[in-house]
Design a protein around this ligand. Structure first.
Ligand code: BF8
Length: 645
């Protein structure tokens, strides 16, 4: 194993990695060393879609071999990429579907523990979907909104309703290219079909279908998830909280909610706050119940309730090694199988709750919306019962404050006020150069690179170079841990112009915008910038970019693909999964530029990644005629040390 200090930029993580070593417990940081990868897999040139293989094409001699069926390197690489898009789109969209089903049950009165918390958002979404409002009962409107959204999954033809929110020129591009998404499930199923043995063998055709499927995620499944969660649980507003393993408490029952769907975690938050549960905790000698989150569930309950974040995806095993977690309650996605093994050596219960996701060493308490609070109380009670069984506890004394909960609605309100909501000051700030551009920094952690380090370096340099940064997912948590989601910290590196805007509007230069399905919020914000005027007619003309410096999940590929197909230049780090085929990579990195007006890009080095993003932003400013010459701020080692937070 590499030196522990080289593995993470996060102090709490390093402390727990030392603890793992002492306890001889294995984590993802060890397993990554055992899994060296193989050249074919890395090139995307290993085909396992039928039983004649596996077939592997040598990336150094792609012309010299073919799969048993005759598939070329280009076809195999494109199919593998497409199946990543399908996997990612499925994950986001199945999450969105679950929220739509919950909204319907709530509106019918069949899920009595849920209610419509954000009526304004409901009416806005209803209007966008063409649902009649009039003087109808709020639950009737919610029922129709829920049913319309659920119908988007099985829609067979026509155009997805939420995709109509995109700027007109963008929709025209999709229509002309034949990639306007029809139904969410339809696009995923069709692409899975097209990439099975002996179907679509034209890599260009496959890559166009990738765009259509990903758009069905971004402007469909993910957007359904975000919008309906806001309706059911309230659109977030900025609030302050804490992040990192130090949020766990030695004298309280610690429950970690982990996974993605707030349908479950909202109820756990409610159950844990009930006096009867608090009393139960006191009866076993605890001072109370402390809830914390991991991964995107953490972002959901943070932005709506201020529940602190224990850590991001690579900290899930480490959180257990504190010995202070009575239960880790999981639903779907990004839950490492490794946590079961670790928990089996501790008093901790891993509690699985979804019939879609069970695991060894876990206790299964199945969650059902129709008696959600009762089940949540059962889960919280199970955690409380574990408290007296605790052994030795070691919680790193490391935590940071952050402000989170930003979104399109809040930015609109803060910039223009309740009665004249507007993006005008933001657009004006971009036009006059105080804001150089807006960059979405999103995605996961990946133990193939130094944990958190690349996120923090990229974001610091972007701010120092005048960019407003919007963040979601585990990336947001990395940067929050470094203190950059506090205005007073970010101010230190923020140029005067950007800071003036942030101060006037009351935002930090790094905005925590939620979970990974909430990347759909960024699509809406980009569209609002276009509609405000002065920055071109389409998303592709805006001085904006996206990046995922430490990505690992198929979901990140689906997100990147829908950003590119929506006109946003998007750079990924770590490794790029189509390198085996020059044709496929060129199609994504060059040809997409002609088709979608912006492209994918790949750059693992954080400084070069920022360089590419700034060049792109400047080229857009140039094209808009708003370019003012400026020097790039490059961080030398002395500056970095000074900024060490
Ligand atoms: O959906 S950022 S590791 S937690 S995949 Fe997973 Fe990646 Fe984290 Fe959320 Ni998104």
């Amino acid at each position: 194993m590499a030196e522990i200090e080289e593995l993470s930029a996060c102090e709490a993580t390093l402390e727990m990695l030392r603890q793992a070593k002492e306890l001889e417990q294995e984590t993802a940081f060890d397993r990554v060393e055992q899994q060296k990868g193989c050249a074919f897999g890395e090139a995307g040139s290993c085909c396992r879609i039928c039983n004649m293989g596996p077939c592997r094409i040598n990336p150094k001699k792609p012309e010299e071999s073919r799969g048993v069926c005759g598939a070329t390197m280009d076809t195999i690489v494109a199919r593998n990429f497409a199946r990543m898009v399908c996997g990612g789109a499925s994950a986001h969209s199945d999450h969105g579907r679950a929220v739509a089903e919950t909204l319907i049950l709530a509106a019918k009165g069949e899920a009595k523990d849920y209610e419509i918390k954000d009526r304004i958002k409901l009416l806005e979404v209803a209007a966008d979907l063409g649902v009649e409002i009039g003087d109808r009962d709020i639950n009737d409107i919610a029922l129709e909104v829920g049913e319309r959204c659920l119908a988007m999954f099985g829609q067979q033809e026509g155009e997805l309703a939420f995709a109509q929110r995109a700027p007109e020129p963008r929709k025209e591009i999709w229509r002309q290219l034949g990639v306007f998404p029809r139904g969410i499930d339809r696009e995923v199923v069709e692409l899975m079909h097209r990439t099975s043995i002996g179907v679509d063998q034209d890599y260009e055709n496959i890559l166009m279908a990738c765009a259509r499927t990903a758009l069905a995620d971004g402007w469909g499944g993910s957007m359904v998830g975000t919008e309906l969660q806001d309706i059911l649980f309230q659109t977030p507003v900025p609030l302050e909280s804490k992040v990192n393993l130090g949020v766990l408490k030695e004298d309280e029952v610690n429950i970690i909610v982990h996974g993605h769907e707030p349908i479950l975690s909202e109820m756990i938050v409610l159950a844990a706050s009930l006096p009867e549960m608090q009393e139960k905790a006191k009866a076993v000698g605890a001072k109370g119940i402390n809830l914390a989150g991991i991964c995107c569930t953490a972002n959901e309950v943070l932005t709506r309730h201020g529940v602190p974040i224990a850590g991001n995806v690579l900290q899930q095993e480490l959180a257990l090694l504190t010995g202070a977690v009575e239960a880790m309650v999981v639903d779907v996605q990004c839950v490492y199988q490794g946590i079961g093994q670790i928990a089996s050596c501790l008093h901790t219960d891993i509690i699985t709750t979804s019939p879609k996701a069970k695991m060894p060493y876990a206790r299964h308490i199945e969650f059902h919306e129709d008696h959600a609070l009762d089940i949540a109380k059962e889960i919280v009670s199970a955690a409380i019962e574990n408290f007296p069984k605790r052994g030795k506890v070691r919680i790193p004394d490391v935590q940071e404050s952050l402000i989170a909960g930003f979104n399109h609605e809040y930015i609109n309100y803060m910039l223009g006020g309740r009665f004249r909501a507007s993006y005008r000051p933001l657009n004006d700030g971009v036009i006059d150069g105080r804001i150089r551009g807006v960059v979405g920094v999103v995605g996961c952690n990946n133990p193939r690179v130094k944990h958190d380090d690349i996120h923090v370096r990229v974001v610091k340099e972007l701010i120092a170079n005048g960019c407003l940064v919007v963040m979601t997912g585990c990336a947001a948590q990395s940067v929050a841990k470094a203190g950059l989601m506090l205005p007073e910290v970010a101010r230190e590196i923020c140029p005067q112009g950007l800071w003036e805007i942030c101060e006037a509007v009351g935002i930090p230069p790094v905005l925590h915008c939620g979970s990974c399905v909430d990347n759909s919020r960024i699509l809406i914000a980009c569209t609002a910038m276009v509609h405000e005027g002065g920055l071109g007619d389409d998303i592709s003309e805006l001085p904006v970019a996206g990046c995922a410096p430490e990505w690992m999940s198929e979901k990140a590929i689906a997100i990147g693909e829908y950003f590119v197909a929506s006109g946003v230049y998007t750079v990924f780090g770590v490794k790029w999964p189509t390198m085996g085929s020059k044709n496929v990579t060129d199609f994504l990195f060059k040809k997409y530029g002609e088709l979608f007006k912006n492209t994918w890009d790949f750059e693992p080095d954080p400084e070069k990644m920022v360089g590419k993003i700034l060049s792109h932003i400047d080229s857009k400013r140039e094209a808009l005629g708003i370019m003012a010459k400026r020097e790039r701020v490059l961080f030398d080692m002395a500056m970095r040390r000074e900024l060490e937070i």
